[in-house]
Design a protein around this ligand. Structure first.
Ligand SMILES: C[S@@+](CC[C@H](N)C(=O)[O-])C[C@H]1O[C@@H](n2cnc3c(N)ncnc32)[C@H](O)[C@@H]1O
Length: 279
């Protein structure tokens, strides 16, 4: 895929050469080299957001994800949330992501989990969704809008591909009142690829895009507690297991998490889940 401007920098931030092979080696080291993988066994690696699998399930419940629904996960990474929705709730999920290496690794993990009939991958941009109008029952963004500058276009695209009465479910890190973000953080090594909206600004934008608000929940305290607990639990929470999120974040993962925790402590970032319905 040809990437321009920001998209190239964002993809470069997340890309790790040989990721699929390194995940494969980590699976072997964790004793999971053979046989079918359980979705829960992958949670330390593939839930690339604050709150882990519980945050994914909470959003699914708040948004009413049910068996048979067609969901588009926009910026779905290696597909952790998608596999949870497919496995626990029998939804059918297309994962769309800019980062080719993530799509490749995600497809491998999905095959190993035996979910390839319900979870598929597409390497493309959230700003030009390659789908027909009203193709999905729901769109899902979880810690991906932070990298997207053109939010009016993002929500216009999301509105277009969700059927009337369908939903947008989001779980995002947003700007806080405490001042500028300390970098690097997990979604950006530098300010040039970080675009945090303020909570009220985002709600207004989504409403003006054609969605009715169903739920808006402040998850900042839960997120802060979650990350502090993990930082306190061991010297290197992100790399404690060979199958940890350090595989996706690279060698600086400890610093990225410490900065995220500091940004939360200093109210520089907030965390929200939201559910919206297409009018
Ligand atoms: C922090 S990860 C979150 C992954 C996943 N949603 C999860 O919670 O496990 C952010 C993801 O958004 C993707 N992303 C960022 N900007 C994007 C864009 N414009 N179009 C598609 N994907 C994008 C990145 O490639 C990355 O995989």
């Amino acid at each position: 895929m040809e990437l321009a401007g920001n998209a190239r920098s964002i993809s470069a931030h997340y890309s790790r050469a040989g990721l699929t092979e390194r995940i494969d080696a980590a699976l072997r080291a964790a004793g999971l080299g053979e046989g079918k993988l359980a979705v829960a066994d992958l949670a330390a690696l593939d839930q690339f957001h604050i709150g882990g699998i519980q945050a994914t399930l909470a959003l699914a419940q708040r948004g009413g994800i049910r068996a048979g629904m067609r969901v588009l996960e926009v910026g779905g990474g290696v597909g952790g949330p998608a596999r949870v929705l497919a496995d626990s709730l029998q939804a059918t999920v297309e994962v769309l992501d800019l980062t080719e290496e993530f799509c490749r690794a995600g497809a491998m993990l999905t095959r190993r989990a035996g979910l390839e009939d319900r979870v598929t991958f597409c390497c493309a941009s959230a700003l030009a969704l390659p789908y027909k109008d009203a193709a999905f029952d729901a769109a899902w963004t979880q810690h991906s809008a932070m990298n997207i500058a053109d939010k009016p276009r993002l929500y216009a695209e999301v509105l277009r591909i969700v059927r009337p009465g369908g939903r947008l479910l989001l779980h995002e890190i947003l700007a806080g009142p405490g001042g500028p973000v300390h970098f690097p953080v997990p979604w950006a090594g530098e300010p040039a690829i970080s675009f945090l909206a303020a909570p009220q600004e985002l709600r207004r934008l989504i409403a003006s895009s054609g969605f009715r608000e169903v739920a808006w929940i402040d998850e900042t305290e839960n997120g802060r507690a979650w990350i502090e607990k993990r930082l306190a639990a061991s010297g290197a929470p992100a790399t404690a297991s060979p199958l940890g999120i350090g595989l996706l974040l690279g060698p600086d993962n400890r610093l990225l998490f410490e900065n995220l925790a500091r940004n939360l402590r200093e109210n520089r970032v907030t965390i929200f889940q939201g559910v919206f319905e297409r009018e």
